[in-house]
Design a protein around this ligand. Sequence first.
Ligand code: BTN
Length: 243
Amino acid sequence: MSNPTDDLVLSPLSTSIVGSRSFVYETIGSTNDRALDVGGDGTVIVSDTQTAGRGRRGRAWHSASGLGLWFSIAFEDSADGLAFAAPLAVRDAVRDICDVRVKWPNDLLIDGRKFCGVLVERRGGVTALGIGINVKHAAEDFPPELRDQATSLERATGQTIDRGDVLRRVLTALDERVIVIRAGGIDSVRESWAEACAIRGRTIRSDGKEGTVRDVDHDGGLLVNTQDGEIKILFGEIVEVDG
Ligand code: BTN
């Protein structure tokens, strides 16, 4: 391959919203930053590597060249439901090759190891839906402290996986969910996501309190029955970005 982005081809893509235009980079700080800067409903930003990829709770996101899919989609409509749609889209995109578990709120795991994370950020009227997928990593490609917790599609399946193929499948599946959300079907997408998380009835602990998850609220928060009554644990997935 002559260029590190040769396999990150977005076409052919038969979508209505996602992929309205696209920018492919060899290297970038963070695709989320770029998506927030350029905006444009459905704009896709993908980069072979990120020098400042970030995850939730201010953590760094390891974004090595040639190994994963690091991309963001800008949306200029409501952000509601995007954080439910993204993990479902990734799960659906790879369901032919592996069994994926969605861990509340939106991590994706294979055999208990994380291979994909989602970060939704807003600035002004623009939302960046950032998705990181480990595709080609072998165990030694992860930092030592992540080796036991992280995996990639190739590590988990033993198959050779084409990054562009996964990218096109994810964007297509995401487009389908976004169309449903914009047509007023957010409840059905949230219900599919809640089922995928299989969180209802589970015992969880938060802030020293323990309880059983009764349901998922309209905003993705968990409604938990504890000894002291019902508490809500926030989804907390949408980060407001200053400036
Ligand atoms: C997490 O699980 O903590 C979320 C990880 C999100 C990583 C992706 S990679 C593409 C986009 N750009 C970023 O800087 N982060 C997201």
